[in-house]
Design a protein around this ligand. Structure first.
Ligand SMILES: [Fe+2]
Ligand SMILES: [Fe+2]
Length: 227
């Protein structure tokens, strides 16, 4: 299913757009609108975690769960159910955070060329949520339980790939304030019971698997859009 989506030429339309510079300067101020949603300021451990690092850590954590499920023996339904429940919970919180914080901030700041990226991501979330709901309503004994989880994993992997390759880059072009967004994400995670300790611990393993992403973040803080 994931592979059906036509691949977007990465730079399509960007060269023919004369107004993007002007647009970007105006979008920058709209991007900072999120400062209105007050961050508590007194956080020390999570304050250094930017949005891309946090979201990437979520991606790696859930990918690990899908991999673990693949390795299970076919009669290990109890363990499978545990993994499915955990992945579904993780994915739902992650999707909520992206839909409530990250995508709206990007949609407000990105230029026209990048708006479709956000729309596509939202549509993919909708399909993933349908599969999640199916799994949550399905018995682990159901012969479709494991296959459905596998398909969800493939779908999520495809989505993650596009998010990390296209959406995070669009966020960088739009000059989103990743630190501030990161604080808002941490607040929502904490409110949902996924606190500092867990994501801090997971960050270590995530960063080793996503070094290219980290390099990009460093570039981001150095500024300098490509368009
Ligand atoms: Fe994501
Ligand atoms: Fe997403």
């Amino acid at each position: 299913m994931p592979t059906q989506k036509a691949k977007r030429p990465a730079s399509k339309g960007s060269s023919s757009r004369g107004s993007s510079a002007a647009k970007k300067s105006s979008s920058k101020s709209s991007g900072s609108r999120s400062s209105a949603s007050k961050s508590s300021g007194s956080r020390s451990r999570s304050s250094g975690q930017d949005a891309v690092s946090l979201l990437t850590a979520d991606h790696r954590r859930v990918q690990k769960l899908f991999k673990q499920a693949e390795k299970l023996e076919s009669d290990d339904t109890e363990e499978l159910q545990q993994l499915v429940m955990e992945a579904c919970q993780e994915l739902t919180l992650h999707a909520d955070i992206e839909e409530e914080l990250f995508y709206p901030a990007l949609a407000a700041a990105a230029d026209d060329d990048d708006q479709d990226l956000v729309r596509e991501a939202m549509i993919e979330h909708r399909s993933a949520r349908q599969m999640i709901q199916e799994l949550q309503n399905m018995s682990p004994e159901d012969e479709n339980y494991k296959p459905t989880f596998k398909v969800l994993g493939e779908y999520v992997n495809h989505h993650i790939e596009e998010e990390e390759n296209d959406i995070f880059k669009a966020a960088k072009r739009a000059k989103l304030d990743m630190k501030e967004l990161g604080q808002e994400i941490m607040q929502q995670k904490e409110a949902a019971g996924q606190g500092d300790a867990e994501s801090g611990e997971e960050m270590g393993s995530a960063s080793s698997e996503s070094e290219s992403q980290t390099d990009e973040e460093e570039e981001t803080s150095g500024g300098g859009g490509r368009r």
